[in-house]
Design a protein around this ligand. Structure first.
Ligand code: HEC
Length: 151
């Protein structure tokens, strides 16, 4: 009787452990191809976060920092096509399969972002504010077509 109880407790523990491991795998992307493209997107978010903060006034405008954020975004954008090229999906990936059915349109949308970034003058707060919407619109245009928000 004692052994039986012990065994079922062990089974329950093992099951709980397995479930925990599984939920960790869902939260953390393990496919390096997908992790890399998500890192590119996170760099865009970080750059946009700094510049957006300056535009709103929650971060003090600083032209060196603004230029660094813009450069970060330009470098990330240059890597969009290469990091999305492989058709791979996972539970954490928010990529829509339509990306690989409309690859040239997807790349064109990355080029639109690149073009908007090239034209973005962040040397003054007024210029930074003036270009913000233009850049943000290119993020949204691609997300609307090719990103499936999961949470
Ligand atoms: C050419 C298309 C395209 C453009 C342009 C684009 N994105 Fe994305 N973005 C995607 C796709 C597709 C995903 C889903 C990636 C995945 O999870 O596989 C994504 C995901 C993201 C994520 C979530 C990343 C994560 O950790 O899962 C953020 C944040 C993001 N984008 C921010 C931005 C910002 C900010 C811009 C503009 C400055 C931008 N994106 C421009 C296609 C694009």
């Amino acid at each position: 009787m004692k052994t039986k109880l012990y065994t079922s407790a062990l089974v329950a523990l093992t099951l709980a452990g397995g479930a925990l491991l599984q939920s960790m795998a869902i939260a953390e992307e393990t496919n390096p191809i997908i992790a890399e493209r998500q890192a590119v997107m996170k760099a865009l978010k970080d750059g946009m976060g700094s510049l957006g903060g300056m535009a709103k006034g929650s971060i003090e405008f600083n032209d060196t920092q603004a230029q660094a954020a813009l450069d970060l975004m330009k470098n990330a954008t240059a890597n969009i096509a290469a990091t999305f090229e492989t058709n791979a999906l996972s539970q954490t990936s928010e990529s829509a399969p339509a990306i690989w059915e409309n690859w040239s349109d997807f790349v064109a949308k990355a080029d639109d972002l690149d073009f908007a970034l090239e034209g973005w003058d962040v040397t003054s707060l007024d210029a930074l504010r003036a270009g913000m919407g233009n850049v943000g619109a290119t993020c949204s245009a691609c997300h609307k077509a090719y990103r499936i928000k999961k949470n």
